[in-house]
Ligand binder design. Structure first.
Ligand code: PPS
Length: 499
């Protein structure tokens, strides 16, 4: 909780490197800290090089070493094994090309407050789009303390799965109009959140103090990471407020604690949950429910959010028939994947509502993977490349039809997770038995494989792992390619992907 000088500082910020790199360093040496483009941001005079006990760090800082906690996961899997410490000298602040006018250094923001004559400023930390309840809390907080309001959202790393900051910032800009004029301002904070609950609340407040704020709002479950796998929370809902109270005297920034706000229908008003009575009809929409409604294009009531905010969010949660998706065929060589894929492509082009790209096995091997062979390593690489391109297409609202053999379940799963992060994924197992593929042997490859002239041929001397949970199985023995494509098309309509 403290620096060695005794100053309250609850969150270690460390420079982590790999052991190989640390071997090239020595105490007293200098390190150049650069951004991704190689611009020198700062130098470090190396004072310490050490191997931390990460489990101890996780337990002390986050109160847990369970990997379901995003910061614990990051600490254990994404940070280097060795830490380097020392005196930093700033050279040039990192450049940001987005929302330049909304980015302030601590001294710039303090200067702005001085210029405006804002003596008391309440800061509001957020990593989510703001709705009516947030407007209500922040407005009340400022009024209660006769202060101005700073909306100070984090635009660095937040919780995985959060709404991207571009969308959020457009929402924050819109909500500014919902406050009385001249009372509220917006500035972006480039911070990597840890979802560290109580300690993070103290950290957030100290940062806001440095930015010139006098008050800081701490609501329910501040910087909460969600629940543990057993369903219990990592931190109690008001634990952050408790820890803040404990250190309040040395913080020099006043906590404005808030209970969760709920909407009371008969009063047409938001009130803190601890002020509600049994008789009151309380309405609430959870984050999960809200996202479901956005995804499915369902109504979101006016009491929950403002029309202009919903409009902004609907852009990133388009209805299903505008969302991107990937159809991933898998099956033996000669099973009929390409034929069905092409029949499906034609059907979709005929329908005309979708932009489709086909990533057929042979075509990919010609244009993307021409240097690859058929070893396990090369096949995996080939499939991952297809997955990457399909994920990009899916992200941008297109349709990717992939038709490789993709013989290994683990790699297919990997591709599924890559693509599902961006949109829909429909795996279709083209289940043509080996005997049939061999009988057809259109390219004559099975004969060559049997004769030992091609080594490592799928189904002959290299395995094909049957898909465990495909969205569809196509049996080509009793279904023509055209009918198979028709069945898939109907399924896509039923899933809502085609209108
Ligand atoms: S993989 O395993 O998914 O990377 O394979 P893929 O990219 O789909 O390429 C399969 C096509 O390459 C031809 N071919 C082979 N297939 C399997 N095993 C071996 N050893 C092999 N050597 C060449 C074969 O024609 C496949 O085409 P399709 O269209 O599947 O019949």
């Amino acid at each position: 909780m403290r620096l060695s000088s005794g100053i309250l500082w609850p969150m270690p910020i460390t420079l982590d490197v790999t052991p190989e790199f640390s071997d090239t360093l020595e105490q007293g040496g200098m390190l150049a800290l650069r951004d991704q483009e190689g611009v020198l941001v700062a130098t470090m005079e190396i004072e310490d090089i050490w191997e931390p006990d990460k489990i101890a760090e996780a337990e002390k800082v986050y109160g847990t070493a369970i990997e379901a906690h995003p910061a614990v996961h990051h600490l254990l899997h994404q940070t280097g094994k060795v830490y380097v410490g020392g005196k930093l000298r700033g050279v040039e602040p990192p450049t940001h090309y987005d929302f330049k006018l909304l980015r302030d250094s601590p001294s710039e923001l303090r200067g702005r407050f001085r210029k405006l004559g804002w003596r008391k400023v309440v800061a509001f930390q957020t990593r989510n789009p703001m709705h009516r309840a947030h407007q209500e809390i922040t407005f009340r907080a400022a009024t209660m303390h006769e202060a101005n309001l700073l909306i100070h959202p984090v635009v660095g790393m937040t919780k995985p799965g959060d709404v991207d900051h571009y969308t959020r910032v457009r929402c924050y800009e819109k909500i500014l109009d919902r406050y009385p004029e001249q009372t509220t301002t917006l500035s972006l904070l480039n911070l990597a959140m840890r979802m560290g609950g109580p300690r993070e609340a103290i950290w957030h407040a100290l940062i806001r103090k440095n930015y010139g704020c006098t008050h800081f709002i701490v609501g329910r479950d501040h910087a909460g990471p969600g629940n543990k796998p057993d369903g219990t929370p990592f931190y109690e809902p008001y634990e952050a407020q408790e820890l803040y109270k404990k250190h309040h005297d040395e913080m020099d920034i006043t906590m404005v604690p808030f209970q969760q706000m709920v909407y009371v229908e008969d009063k047409a008003q938001y009130i803190p949950v601890n002020e509600t009575t049994k008789e009151m009809k309380v309405a609430n929409i959870s984050g999960t429910e809200f996202r479901r409604r956005l995804r499915e294009g369902l109504e979101i009531p006016e009491w929950f959010s403002y029309g202009e905010i919903i409009q902004e969010l609907r852009k990133i949660y388009p209805p299903k028939h505008q969302q991107g998706f990937t159809i991933f065929f898998t099956g033996l060589s000669g099973s009929g994947k390409s034929t069905i894929a092409n029949a499906l492509l034609v059907k979709m082009l005929e329908n005309g509502n979708r932009r489709v790209t086909i990533l057929d096995g042979d075509v990919v091997r010609k244009h993307l993977s021409s240097e690859l062979g058929f070893s396990k390593e090369h096949r995996d690489l080939n499939i991952k490349r297809i997955g990457y391109v399909a994920a990009e297409i899916t992200k941008n609202g297109g349709v990717a039809i992939c038709a490789p053999i993709a013989p290994y379940e683990k790699t297919r799963k990997h591709v599924r997770s890559m693509i599902e992060a961006e949109g829909g994924f429909v795996e279709i197992f083209v289940n043509t038995p080996l005997e049939e593929c061999e009988k057809r042997d259109r390219k004559g490859l099975y004969a060559l494989a049997r004769a030992g002239k091609i080594k490592g041929f799928t189904g002959i001397d290299d395995p094909y792992e049957t898909p465990q949970n495909p969205e569809m199985v196509i049996d080509t023995l009793d279904l023509s390619a055209e009918l198979a494509a028709h069945r898939i098309f109907v399924k896509l309509e039923r899933l809502g992907y085609i209108k």
